[in-house]
Design a protein around this ligand. Structure first.
Ligand SMILES: Cc1cc2nc3c(=O)[nH]c(=O)nc-3n(C[C@H](O)[C@H](O)[C@H](O)COP(=O)(O)OP(=O)(O)OC[C@H]3O[C@@H](n4cnc5c(N)ncnc54)[C@H](O)[C@@H]3O)c2cc1C
Length: 391
């Protein structure tokens, strides 16, 4: 039997392990933390994206469309929450309408079902507290509990005879003679790396290229105080800036009934630092030394400073969100836990937009899997497993 190691017990590592175990492989998942979903998977917005924004034909577009259907079915099978509360993307002024039309064009080409273009009155009917000149509605965008989905995947892996070994940090990888040796201790026929914020480092351990490097971006959230959650029925998003892969501060209803506002996107001083004051010199040094980051910073310093200002001052964060939900007051917001995104950056300073999955001999590495990778996890798992089994 083929023995396959998987680095990372986030949603991608476990979805892939589950798929490989179902195909008859002997699977061992390794994670340095003491629990599954400890990083990005446990610190995200919990939205099952319908596939609105992504370039038609890209991996993001195809795997998100396939993945959301698989996720919905899986949640139904396992009795996990999956609520189709719907989403609106709001054009705040006429200047944003052409960009919203472009999102509508992409969404239509991607096959997103039930799309509806709304004028200001139509928006008011769907989201009475949102304000804009037009909006695009996606009724099947949903909310889920990604950590619960990930725990269910871990159960599937162990039920299929696989092993999930927590508290095991991969520090050495040696691929030779058709075998992959991890930490001079475990021997596999193949290895899959789904290491999220550490994916470039683990790829380098396996002799892969340093490019693209991971640049961590903190995403900070506030939560609406319970008396103000009626400001939002489902999910309300602004029209995103097409230069960035981030969606802009938005209003997200959670499966626990709360409403989060966020996340922003500020360069993080530690890859796994969830508090603003967290700084890890080795992480910061690696980011600053990466030529791609320096080029990115030179090109986008104005946006960076604006995001940092919004991060430092709650009134500025609230003002951004108030631009499409005018009744929001800074006093309605209380701080909520932040997340850190693993965003791959190429040496020329471009933010890698699509999912990127590479292979070097018997090692397959997920090098870039930002949002909507949690939504797409079951489809990404199919895609990665096919590559692994074909080695
Ligand atoms: C703020 C934020 C909001 C988001 N919102 C959404 C959303 O609404 N919808 C959506 O679809 N996606 C969203 N995403 C993206 C989504 O969360 C990620 O794409 C997804 O969780 C990636 O999963 P992963 O398994 O690749 O990474 P992770 O969940 O980060 O898991 C990687 C794992 O690898 C382990 N690891 C790393 N290095 C080692 C090592 N050397 N040895 C052993 N283990 C190691 C880590 O401990 C970790 O558990 C969001 C992300 C963020 C940060």
């Amino acid at each position: 039997m083929t023995h396959i190691g998987v680095v990372g017990a986030g949603i991608l590592g476990l979805a892939t392990a589950r798929r490989l175990a179902a195909a008859g492989a002997e699977v061992t998942v390794l994670d340095k933390e003491g629990r599954v979903a400890a990083h990005q998977t446990g610190h995200n917005s919990g939205v099952a994206h319908a596939g609105l924004y992504y370039a038609p034909g890209s991996l993001k577009a195809t795997l998100c469309r396939r993945g959301i259907g698989m996720l919905k079915e899986y949640c139904a099978e396992r009795g996990l929450p999956y609520v189709e509360c719907g989403k609106v993307v709001v054009a705040r002024d006429q200047g944003e309408v052409p960009r919203l039309r472009e999102i509508e064009r992409r969404a239509t080409e991607n096959g997103v079902p039930g799309l509806r273009w709304l004028d200001a009155a139509g928006l008011h009917e769907v989201e009475p507290h949102a304000s804009g000149v037009a909006a695009l509605r996606s009724p099947y965008t949903a909310i889920v509990d990604f950590p619960a989905v990930t725990r269910a995947f871990a159960e599937d892996v162990t039920k299929a005879g696989g092993t999930v070994r927590l508290g095991f940090e991969v520090t050495r990888i040696r691929a030779m003679g058709g075998e992959v040796v991890v930490n001079e201790e475990l021997v596999f026929d193949r290895l899959v790396v789904c290491a999220g914020l550490q994916s470039d480092r683990v790829a380098r351990l396996a002799g892969d290229s340093p490019a693209p490097a991971i640049v961590p971006f903190r995403g900070e959230y506030y939560r609406l105080v319970p008396s103000r959650t009626d400001l939002v029925r489902g999910l309300i998003y602004p029209v995103p800036d097409p230069r960035y892969p981030f969606l802009g501060v938005h209003f997200t209803r959670r499966v626990d009934g709360g409403v989060d506002v966020g996340p922003n996107a500020v360069p993080a001083l530690a890859r796994e630092g969830y508090r603003r004051r967290d700084l890890r010199p080795a992480d910061l040094w690696e980011t600053l030394r990466w030529p791609g980051f320096r080029r990115l910073a030179r090109r986008h310093w104005r946006t960076g400073l604006r995001e940092m200002y919004g991060s430092a001052f709650k009134h500025a964060f609230a003002a951004e969100a108030r631009s499409f939900v005018p009744e929001l007051a800074a006093a309605d917001l209380v701080p909520a836990p932040a997340g850190v995104r693993a965003q791959a950056v190429d040496p020329d300073g471009s933010l890698v937009d699509d999912f990127r999955i590479g292979r070097r001999g018997p090692v397959v590495t997920v090098r870039n899997a930002p949002s909507p990778a949690a939504t797409s996890s079951l489809a990404i798992a199919e895609h990665v497993a096919a590559q692994v089994l074909e080695v």
